[in-house]
Design a protein around this ligand. Structure first.
Ligand SMILES: Nc1ncnc2c1ncn2[C@@H]1O[C@H](COP(=O)(O)OP(=O)(O)O)[C@@H](O)[C@H]1O
Ligand SMILES: [Mg+2]
Length: 483
């Protein structure tokens, strides 16, 4: 084993300091030969250099005057991860290591054993490799679905890419998914990725999932690859109807709209938006005219019909259903999410649909910490109770600070990419157990493609080099100028 330094100073049960003889990187795995427990796995959490160079001598060097040699040292702080006992349980020694003990670079078999990096067979979602190693990170799919997931990173941090990786794995294992896709990015899961130089190291083959992806949208004119998503008009109350019509002034419009709906419903139980338009045609005054005009608009959108899209169409075992909301007004998006999420939850409780994974992109808009969205309440319910009924929730957001904390704290698996906003960093540090101060700092400078993974069947947070996509990534940035 390659030795990298020696323990010095006060030694604690969780951390110790190392005088380093070799430069190593923050996050590297180390090991110590413990007298009673054998090799114990540790991780470098912080690094700094000390020197005897004081201000006066630094100034002398600055002026080009000859100075005495500088004595400098590289010091590190390591966190103890532990060892596996006879029963395979990870433990931490109860007696501190001895100062003077040698510290070695940990070898892969020890890292794999203590971290629990093993092939999970049918239950593993392969998301990438342990950073700087060739050890696969496979998240436990049962945990993902039963105990919820969050994907957190700043814009452009790689959330959608990583979520794509996760969905590919779920589809490979025939897990049913419903994905709320506000930007229409996930249709590319149908198509295999173009050749990628990194794929060999990660052992990923390009593969499309055309047979396991279906797409619905309220706006099929804008999203022609989707089937129409419609809701049954009879199940929409007039207040929600106003939202679908794009009218926010409830005070002026609710009562007259109610009148129209009641009058139509009395004569025709199977009424459609067309019937409402006809009934509104002859009204007089500005309010009546606006109602008529907005009902005509609503008729054109075709989002409300006599019969809504049935749940058996939306949820198909082993298939990912994309709810493409591109081009849909934000408050209508909220209503759509509220309706779909409640429907899924009710029917999951009755076991009428298979267990499934519900993904919410841009989740800070659908379950905000401040203010409310129409769908906040149902999403909070699913976060707190969904696991009992086999309804897993995955929230994806670039604003960890802006998403409802009760939702975020229910997520037992976190996939964190680079986050720089201090409020978001703080929200993450507060909602995740086992993050060391060093890891919290590292989150702020993660390169694209590296994620910090917590939970998912692992007992310690792991830095993961996300594997390349098997499918095409749909969220490419728009190029403003070419070269
Ligand atoms: N693991 C990765 N490997 C290679 N490229 C990546 C990876 N993750 C993200 N990217 C690239 O970074 C860009 C932003 O990623 P994206 O997932 O769309 O960000 P976000 O959804 O967080 O805004 C994309 O162009 C994507 O191709
Ligand atoms: Mg994205």
């Amino acid at each position: 084993m390659e030795d990298v330094g020696v323990i010095f100073g006060d030694v604690g049960l969780g951390h110790f300091q190392i005088s380093l003889s070799h430069p190593i990187e923050r996050g590297d795995y180390l090991t110590i030969e413990d007298e009673s427990h054998g090799r114990v796995l540790c991780q470098l959490d912080d690094l700094h250099r000390t020197s005897d160079l004081n201000l006066e001598r630094a100034d002398e060097i600055g002026r080009g005057e000859i100075s005495t040699p500088i004595h400098e040292r590289l010091l590190g702080v390591a966190t103890i991860i532990g060892f596996r006992d006879g029963q395979g349980i990870v433990k931490i020694p109860t007696i501190p290591f001895r100062p003077g003990a040698k510290v070695y670079r940990a070898e892969e078999p020890l890292i794999a054993e203590v971290l629990g990096l093993k092939h999970r067979g049918n239950t593993g979602a392969y998301v990438g490799l342990l950073r700087n190693h060739d050890l696969r990170i496979e998240l436990d799919i049962n945990q993902l679905v039963q105990r919820h997931v969050s994907v957190l990173a700043k814009t452009g941090g790689g959330k959608s890419y990583l979520l794509g990786v996760l969905i590919e794995e779920l589809l490979r294992h025939k897990v049913t998914c419903v994905i709320i896709d506000p930007h229409g990015e996930y249709g590319s899961l149908r198509n295999p990725a173009e050749k990628n130089g990194a794929s060999a190291r990660f052992a990923v083959e390009a593969q499309g999932f055309a047979k396991q992806v279906q797409e619905f949208s309220p706006d099929v004119a804008l999203n022609p690859s989707a089937k129409p998503l419609t809701f049954s008009l009879r199940h929409i109350d007039p207040r929600d109807l106003l939202v679908f019509m794009g009218l926010t002034n409830v005070k002026s419009y609710l009562a007259p709209l109610k009148e129209i709906v009641d009058a139509v419903a009395q004569t025709n139980a199977d009424y459609g938006v067309k019937d409402l338009v006809r009934a509104a045609e002859h009204g007089e005054g500005a309010v009546a005219e606006t109602l008529h005009e907005r009902l005509e608009y609503l008729e054109q959108t075709k989002i409300l019909g006599p019969k809504g899209t049935s749940l058996s169409e939306l949820v198909v075992k082993g298939v990912a259903t994309l709810i493409n909301l591109r081009g849909v007004a934000p408050d209508v998006q909220e209503l759509v999410v509220a309706r779909i999420a409640s429907n899924l939850f009710d029917n999951r409780k009755k076991d009428k649909i298979p267990p499934l994974f519900l993904v919410i992109e841009e989740a800070h808009n659908f379950a905000p910490q401040q203010g409310t969205a129409t769908c906040s309440r149902i999403l909070k319910n699913i976060a707190s109770e969904g696991r009992k009924f086999g309804l897993g929730l995955c929230v994806v957001t670039q604003r960890a600070a802006r998403i409802d904390k009760s939702v975020l704290s229910q997520c037992n698996t976190q996939l964190i990419l680079q986050v720089t906003n201090p409020l978001d960093v703080r929200a993450i540090a507060q909602s995740i157990e086992g993050l060391t101060p060093g890891m919290t700092e590292m989150i702020q400078s993660l390169p694209v493609g590296v994620a910090l993974v917590t939970g998912g069947g692992y007992h310690t947070p792991l830095f993961c080099e996300v594997r390349p996509r098997a499918t095409r990534h749909g969220g490419e940035s728009v190029r403003i100028v070419g070269n």
